[in-house]
Design a protein around this ligand. Structure first.
Ligand code: AMP
Ligand code: MG
Length: 418
């Protein structure tokens, strides 16, 4: 008898996976290797930024009160008493109608409280004249205006991107505490599978899921352990999964999770004593997507169908792997787009359509990326987003507003909203 599986909603499946995603542990690594990692400590300003009042322009540092009454008819003359380049400090303060020539980034000398931009002066060699008054603080980049000492600037769990690295460098973090990354294994199952370099023979197909998942992990900045391809042999497969679980924190398998005669993953989970969180999700493609846990280890049983496999990874494996690192924005960003063409199929389950979005004169338009069945591979290649159509809806006509989930954005969002 074919086993009856109870589908869980996508949101429930996401919740279940995230609830079981915890790894813990940190690495302290050199700043230059932190791009793409998850911060395991908050960035708290160690000092004011800037740490001294400085000039944001090339110009002259003056006392505002000396500029009072300046106009086209009443030019006020200043004497230049020295020059301050970035990285240097003035040797003295300034007196009445004196000025320092000052460069961008240089500290404001004592007594000065305004900067006159070079373009606003009529310049002589050691003198210049002004045609307008300046107020106190004008054109000064103040100590602490960017960040105040002790201020929480970036929370632990943030994705480290180039901007984060700039901030870490500002505060002298030569090394940074980041979350440990899980070790992820990939195993492609199916007697029909050939290697990428093999010639096609009748009944066989090349393994596209293995390289695809590897690249999905690479896109997340993660390495992986490949367990290659396994024929649909229960004993042999069980042994590979058992070995992989010793060596990895997360094992992603493709194929063999359905209810066919050669779909052995359910039996393998049972043999290994893994707890199945769900084995059917109310979604298309990928309704057979299965997630199981064994201790702290996660097993993602993705469908062999390429589009389903791809979608299962993005919806469940990706946020879980990020959550294992304590990431606080693990989900794909969502936007609204105008559906670019009719999509006639009814949607008994939530449907994820590989699609291409772009900004047009009408706004953001998303067009399904071609042949969109769960076994499609071409539409994955053309898509840059997933259109998400809620369950219980009929066909959609072009022009309707739809939700889209963005693929490949390095910074996600903190909540699953569909
Ligand atoms: P399964 O999930 O094992 O029932 O496989 C579903 C479909 O996906 C079948 O048509 C398989 O031939 C195909 N398939 C399974 N594994 C892969 C793979 N690694 N790469 C591409 N297609 C696959
Ligand atoms: Mg199979």
């Amino acid at each position: 008898m074919v086993e009856m599986r109870k589908p869980v909603l996508v949101s429930e499946a996401v919740r279940l996976v995230m609830e079981h995603s915890y790894l813990g542990g940190t690495d302290t690594i050199p700043l230059e290797h932190t791009y793409g990692r998850i911060l395991a400590e908050p960035i708290i300003a160690k000092h004011d930024v800037p740490s001294f009042d400085r000039s944001p322009y090339d110009g002259f540092a003056v006392r505002a009160k000396d500029t009072e009454g300046a106009s086209g008819d009443n030019r006020i003359q200043f004497t230049v008493i020295g020059e301050i380049g970035a990285g240097h400090v003035a040797t003295s303060g300034i007196g009445p109608r004196e000025a320092y020539r000052i460069m961008t980034g240089a500290p404001i000398p004592d007594n000065a409280n305004a900067v006159v931009m070079l373009e606003q002066t009529t310049e002589g060699k050691d003198r210049f004249s002004l045609r307008k008054p300046f107020s106190e603080g004008e054109n000064i980049s103040f100590k602490g205006e960017d960040a105040k000492e002790g201020e929480l600037l970036v929370e632990s769990g943030a994705f480290i991107h180039p901007g984060t690295i700039a901030l870490l460098a500002t505060f002298g973090y030569a090394t940074v505490k980041v979350a440990k990354r899980p070790i992820v294994g990939i195993l492609s199952t199916g007697t029909e599978l050939l290697d990428v370099s093999d010639e096609l023979v009748p009944g066989k197909i090349r393994n596209s899921n293995g390289p695809m998942i590897a690249a999905q992990l690479t896109r997340m900045g993660l390495g992986y352990k490949s367990y290659g391809m396994q024929e649909d042999d229960l004993d042999a497969c069980t042994e590979v999964v058992r070995k992989a679980l010793i060596e990895t924190d997360v094992l992603i398998t493709t194929g063999g999770v359905s209810v066919g005669d050669y779909d052995h993953l359910p039996a393998i989970y049972e043999r290994l004593g893994a707890k199945v969180l769900f084995n059917k999700v109310a979604m298309r493609p990928g309704s057979v997507t299965t997630v199981a846990v064994l201790g702290k280890k996660l097993l993602f049983g993705l469908s062999g169908n390429p589009s389903a496999c791809f979608t299962g990874f993005e919806l469940f494996a990706r946020p879980a792997i990020l959550a294992m690192q304590g990431a606080n924005t693990p989900y794909m960003p969502r936007m609204q787009a105008i559906l670019g063409e009719d999509f006639g199929k009814p949607n008994p389950f939530t449907r994820f359509i590989r699609a291409f979005w772009e900004m047009t004169s009408e706004g953001i338009v998303a067009v399904p990326a071609g042949f969109n069945k769960s076994n499609a591979v071409s539409s994955i290649a053309r898509g840059n987003c997933l259109i998400a159509l809620p369950s219980g809806t009929r066909g959609y006509t072009a022009g309707t507003h739809v939700d889209i989930l963005l693929l490949g954005s390095e910074q996600g969002v903190s909540e699953w909203v569909l």
